[in-house]
Ligand binder design. Structure first.
Ligand code: NAP
Length: 301
C-alpha cells in the first residue's frame, strides 16, 4: 500500500546523515516531513520542499514510514520514550502507541537492534533496523549500500521508498543482522587496508612509492577475493582439505614477512598476530589443512 512511487516519508534526526537522507527522498519526489531537536537544521530541507513538523508527535503521525537517524540508540529512547528493557522505577515505561513503520538507520550493535525491535513492538510500531555503509554525499546514488533486517513484509511494503536512498538490501528476519553485516564489512575494509599499508611501508624502504605498488596490491586483493566462495564452502562443510596449500606452508611465508618487516625496520605487529593465530591452529593439529581452517581461531572468544 505504501510502496507507491511517491509515498510520504518522515525523517527524524537531521544531522549530516539525516539531512542527506531527507534530501534524497525529496529529490525522488516523496512528500517529506522532517523533525530535528535543533529545528534550525531543517531550514535547507524546507527550502527544498520538505515540511518541518512542529512537534515530534506530528512528525510521527505524518507518514506511514519514519526514518530515524540519530547519534545512537540512547538518543532514540530519549526522544521516543523509555525502552522498558531495564525497568527503572523513576522512569515510567512509555506505552504511547507509535503508529508508523520505523526504520532505524542509527548505528549500533546487533544486541541494541534486537532490543529496539522488541521496544518498537511493545509500542505498536512496525520496525526494521538498518545500517548505512556510505557517507552523506553518496546517499541517493547506487554506491550507497543500505542494509536492512527485520520482518521481510515490512521491507517489501516500503522497498520502493527506501530505494530512493541507494542500493538497499534485506538480510533476514533477525533485526541484528544489518549491524552484524556492517561490522563484518568494516573488518574486511580495515584488514584489506592494513595489509596494503604493511606492504606499502615495506616497499617504501626500498624506494618504491605507494602509487607504484597500488595497482599490484589491487590485483592481489582482487585475486584473493576470488577465493572466498570456495573457501566459504570449506567453512560451511567444516572440511579443509589442502587443495592449493597447507596452513604450515602459509606459516613459513608468514615467518618471512615477519623477518622482512623486522629487517627493513617496519612495524611487524600485524604479521606477528597473523602468525600467532596460525601457530595455535598448527599446534591444535591443523597444519596439514587449508587456510580457512583458521575460522576455528576466529570463532573463539
Ligand atoms: P550527527 O551529524 O552528529 O547528527 C546526530 C543527530 O542526532 C542530530 O540530528 C542530533 O540532533 C541528533 N541527536 C543526538 N542526540 C539526541 C538526543 N538526545 N535527542 C534528540 N536528537 C539527538 O551524526 P550523523 O553523521 O548524522 O550520524 C547519524 C547516524 O548515522 C549515526 O548513528 C552514525 O553512526 C550513522 N552514520 C553516519 C555516517 C556519516 O558518514 N555521517 C555514515 C554511516 C552511518 P541535534 O541536531 O539537535 O544535535
Amino acid at each position: 500500500m505504501n510502496n507507491t512511487p511517491h509515498a510520504p516519508v518522515t525523517v527524524i534526526g537531521l544531522g549530516l546523515m539525516g539531512q542527506a537522507l531527507a534530501g534524497a527522498f525529496l529529490k525522488a519526489g516523496h512528500p517529506t516531513t522532517v523533525w530535528n531537536r535543533t529545528p534550525a537544521k531543517a531550514a535547507p530541507l524546507v527550502a527544498a520542499g520538505a515540511r518541518s513538523a512542529p512537534t515530534l508527535g506530528d512528525a510521527l503521525a505524518a507518514s506511514p514510514l519514519t526514518i530515524v537517524c540519530l547519534t545512537d540508540y540512547d538518543a532514540m529512547y530519549e526522544l521516543l520514550g523509555a525502552n522498558g528493557v531495564e525497568p527503572d522505577p523513576t522512569t515510567p515505561i512509555d506505552t504511547t502507541p507509535i503508529d508508523t513503520t520505523l526504520i532505524n538507520l542509527t548505528s549500533g550493535s546487533a544486541g541494541q537492534a534486537r532490543e529496539a525491535a522488541e521496544w518498537a513492538e511493545r509500542r505498536g510500531a512496525r520496525y526494521l533496523d538498518g545500517a548505512i555503509m556510505a557517507i552523506p554525499p553518496g546517499i541517493g546514488t547506487a554506491e550507497a549500500v543500505i542494509l536492512h533486517s527485520g520482518p521481510e513484509q515490512v521491507f517489501a511494503d516500503h522497498a520502493s521508498t527506501l530505494g530512493a536512498l541507494g542500493t538497499i538490501t534485506h538480510l533476514g528476519a533477525d533485526p541484528g543482522l544489518a549491524s552484524l553485516y556492517d561490522v563484518a564489512g568494516l573488518a574486511m575494509m580495515w584488514s584489506v587496508l592494513n595489509a596494503w599499508l604493511q606492504g606499502t611501508a615495506l616497499l617504501a624502504k626500498a624506494g618504491v612509492d605507494a602509487a607504484t605498488y597500488a595497482p599490484f596490491a589491487r590485483q592481489i586483493a582482487a585475486g584473493v577475493a576470488d577465493w572466498l566462495p570456495g573457501y566459504a564452502e570449506q567453512i560451511d562443510k567444516g572440511s579443509f582439505p589442502a587443495e592449493v596449500a597447507a596452513l604450515e606452508t602459509d606459516a613459513r611465508a608468514m615467518e618471512h614477512l615477519i623477518e622482512e618487516s623486522e629487517a627493513m625496520g617496519v612495524n611487524a605487529e600485524l604479521p606477528r598476530l597473523i602468525k600467532a593465530m596460525a601457530d595455535r591452529a598448527i599446534a591444535a593439529g591443523h597444519g596439514g589443512e587449508q587456510y580457512p581452517v583458521l575460522i576455528e581461531e576466529f570463532g573463539k572468544p
